[in-house]
Design a protein around this ligand. Sequence first.
Ligand SMILES: Nc1ncnc2c1ncn2[C@@H]1O[C@H](COP(=O)(O)OP(=O)(O)OP(=O)(O)O)[C@@H](O)[C@H]1O
Ligand SMILES: [Mg+2]
Length: 484
Amino acid sequence: MAETKGRKTAGRGRMEMRKGPPAREPQVPLPPYFNISPDAALAELEAPLTTAGFAEIARSCAQGREDLAARGLDAEGRRSLRLFSTWEITRYLIPVATAHFRRVLKANPDLPQGISETEGGAKWFTLDEVLRLRAHFAAEGSKAKEYRPYRPAGLPAKLVAVANFKGGVGKTSTAAHLAMSAALDGYRVLVIDLDSQGSMTSIFGGRVADEWGTVFPLLARHYAAHLQAENRVRVARGDPPVPMDETLTEAQKIRAGDLIAKTHWPNIDLIGAQLNLYWAEFQIPVWRMQGRSWKLWDALTDVLAEDGVLDRYDVIFLDTPPALGYLTINGLAAADILLVPLGASFLEFDSTGRFFDMLHSTFRSIEEGENIAARALGREELAFEWDAVRAVLTRYDGAQQAEMAALMQAYMGRTMAPERQDFTALIGQAGEQVNGIYEADYRDFNRDTYIRGRETFDATYAAFKRLLLGIWRREELAAADAAE
Ligand SMILES: Nc1ncnc2c1ncn2[C@@H]1O[C@H](COP(=O)(O)OP(=O)(O)OP(=O)(O)O)[C@@H](O)[C@H]1O
Ligand SMILES: [Mg+2]
C-alpha cells in the first residue's frame, strides 16, 4: 500500500520536472547511522573492560534479581501460590456444578470452606485445600465422574524430557506449564532441572548453593558404585584398585531424597540446578575415560529407581539445556516421553531437524559401542526405546505462521502434535512473582485474554495427557497379559 503510494508520488515528480521546478521533497530524517561524529562517540565511551568488570555486572544483575524475586515472597521469605476461586475450581479443576459444590461444602463443615475478601464475596481456597476437596469428591461423589486422573497402580512414574538443542524455543515454559497443569489435575509431580542456567529452578523458587544441591552427586554416586564393582574385580585379579576421590566418597552418602525440595506448589517438588552443575559436563567424560564400561546413560534412571523416586511421584519432568551434552543425554536416555518444542520458523525447523539427526547419531554410537561387546559375549543387545516422541509447536502466531506450520506438520506427520501452543501475552507479562498462566490471577487480565491464553496451554496439557494415559494403559494391559 505504502509502496504504491510512494511510486505514484515519484511519477508525479517526474511529470512536474518537465513542466517547471520540482516540488520540494518532504524532509525525511537520515537513518541514525549517518553523521556520527567520532569525537562525540569517544566522549560517550567508558574505559576498556577487564575480567573484574564481568564480576561487577554479575553483582548488579544478582542484586536486581534478588529485588525482583523478593517481591513475590511471603512473610517467611518463601514464594507463595495464589488462591483459587470457586469459579475457577468448578470450571477448571473439579468437574461439578457450582451450586452442588457449595451444597457439599455446607453439608460438610469439616471440609475447607475458603475465605472471602468481602462479606458474602467469592470464596478462595489454597491449592492444598483444592486437593483435599478433590479427594472428598473422589471418595464421596459420583463414580462416573473423573475426580482423580488415571494412574495405574504398581507402575512407575513416567519421565518426560523436554529438549531441543536450539535455545529459546520454549523448553522451560512448556515443561513448567505441563508440570503445573499436571499438578492442578491432581498428579504428584517432580521437576528436575538439568540446565545450569537454572530457569526452571527460579520458576519454582528453588535455592541451590552449589553442584551438591543438583543431580550432580547422584550421577557421581552411580559412577562410584560402578568403580567399586570394578575394583572388586581388580582386587580379585591381584591388581591394585583405582582410588576413590573425595567427591565420589561424599556422593555415596547422598540419596535423591536429600536433594528433593518442596516448592510453593503442594504437589510439585524440585531437584534444582545452579551454574556449577555445568561442571558435570567436564567431570562425566573424565569418569567415562577411567571406567570405560560405565553406563553413564543409565545413571539418572538407575538412581531414581534405587531411591524409590519413581514410586513417590506420578510424572517427572526433566528440563534440559540448549545443548546435547552429557546431562541432556542422561535426561533423554532416562525419558519415557520426549517432547521437542519448536517455533514455526524456518530456522527453528531447520535446527530441530538437525537435532533429531544428532539424537540418531549419538544414541546409535552408544548402542554400537555397547553391542560389539554384547555380541561377542552373547549378551542381550542395548537398544534405546522411547514410549513416545512429539515435536510441540510453541509461541504460535496463527496470523503469520499458518503456512509454515502446515508445511512442518506435513513433513513431520505424527511426530508433530497437531495442537499448537499460541503465543500469549500472559507469559512474561504476568509479573515478577508469578510464572506463567497457571500462577496468574485471572482478575489481573481481561477475562477473554485469560480464557484464550489458558485454553492454549490446557490444550497442550490435554495432548500430553492423552499420550501419558495411552502409554500407561499399554503397560497396564501388557502387565495383565504377562500375569495370565
Ligand atoms: N506460548 C508463549 N507465548 C509467549 N511467549 C512465550 C511462550 N512460550 C515461551 N515464551 C517466551 O519465550 C522465551 C523463551 O522461552 P523458554 O525460556 O521457555 O525457552 P527455552 O527453550 O527453555 O530457552 P533455553 O534454550 O534458554 O533454555 C521466554 O521469554 C518465554 O517467556
Ligand atoms: Mg530453558
